[in-house]
Structure formats: C-alpha cells, structure tokens
Design a protein around this ligand. Structure first.
Ligand code: HEC
Length: 148
C-alpha cells in the first residue's frame, strides 16, 4: 500500500515536470510564432501585397525587441531534448554551445536595434528586412531542428 502511494506520488511528480517542460516549450514557441507573423506582415509590404504602414513596422520591431530581450531565458536547460509540438524543436546545441547561442542572440538584438532606426519607408524596409532575416535564419540553421 505504502509502496503504491510512493509510486503514484513519484509518477505525479514526473507528470508535473513534463507539463512544466511543455509549458516552457510553448512559451518559447509563442515568441517565435509572433516573429513569424510579424516578419510575414513586413514581407507582404515588400511584395506589394500590402501598402507600407509604419504602425505595422513599429509593432513588428517591438515584438522582435521583446523576443531578443527574452531569448536568454526562453530555453532553460530543463527542456533540453524535448520534442515540441508542431514542425520544429529546439536543438540540443542551444545548451551544448551556450556561448555561440548567446552570440546569435546578441547579433539578432543588434540587427533589430539598427532596423528600428533605419526603417522609415518601403525602400529602407526592403534594405533592412533581409538583414534581420539573416539573423533569424542564422540562428535556426544551428539551433533549431525540424521534427521528423
Ligand atoms: C537566437 C536564436 C533565434 C533567433 C534569433 C530567432 N529564432 Fe526562431 N526559433 C529558434 C528556435 C530554437 C526555434 C525552435 C523552438 C521554438 O519554436 O521555440 C525557433 C522556431 C521558430 C519558428 C517555428 C515556431 C513554431 O510554430 O513551432 C518560427 C516561425 C520562427 N522561429 C521565426 C523566427 C523569426 C521570423 C525570427 C527573426 C525575426 C526568429 N525566429 C529569430 C531560435 C531563434
């Protein structure tokens, strides 16, 4: 009886840890989904599907800034090896190469800060979005894995 209680309690603790992991993964994904949505809104203006709109630019930049600020804590070691729901998961390299990951965060933050000053019209948006896109892609290439 006692043993059954202990086993049940241990199982519950295990379930709690898994739920916490999934929450942390979802939290990080929430920022990334926001990034994707905002980058898409900027790309739509470049393609000419939408007219240039400074408010959309400002919203996107603010969200990228928020992401850059949160990135250092978005991937706690406790979620290493967790497979996220959806198409992508964090790569174990985030924790195996913490210095490299931090460098990517810093260069992303710098690109966003520069873009905030630079983007004033469609031409400067066209010139600047690829610079940010390179930062997104550069981090994904190494620190994001496609779920199989
Ligand atoms: C410093 C690293 C880093 C930077 C910079 C970064 N990402 Fe990510 N991104 C990740 C990681 C790691 C994942 C996979 C885990 C996750 O989704 O949280 C991811 C996942 C994503 C996803 C998939 C989310 C889903 O639905 O599962 C999208 C979309 C995305 N990023 C867009 C962007 C865009 C757009 C930018 C640039 C504006 C960006 N990211 C910048 C690391 C980064």
């Amino acid at each position: 009886m006692m043993r059954a209680v202990v086993v049940a309690a241990t199982l519950l603790l295990g379930v709690g840890a898994v739920v916490a992991q999934q929450d942390a993964v979802k939290h990080a994904q929430g920022f990334m989904k926001g990034n994707g949505k905002n980058a898409g809104a900027l790309a739509a203006m470049i393609k000419g599907d939408k007219p240039y709109d400074q408010a959309t630019v400002d919203t996107a930049i603010a969200q990228f800034e928020d992401t850059a600020k949160n990135l250092p804590t978005l991937f706690p070691e406790s979620i290493k090896g967790v497979k996220a729901e959806g198409d992508y998961s964090p790569s174990p390299k985030i924790w195996e190469d913490q210095a490299g990951f931090s460098e990517h965060i810093a260069s992303f933050a710098k690109a966003v800060a520069d873009a905030k000053v630079a983007i004033k019209d469609i031409d400067s948006l066209k010139a600047t979005l690829p610079v940010i896109g390179k930062q997104c892609g550069g981090c994904h290439e190494t620190y994001r894995v496609k779920n199989s």
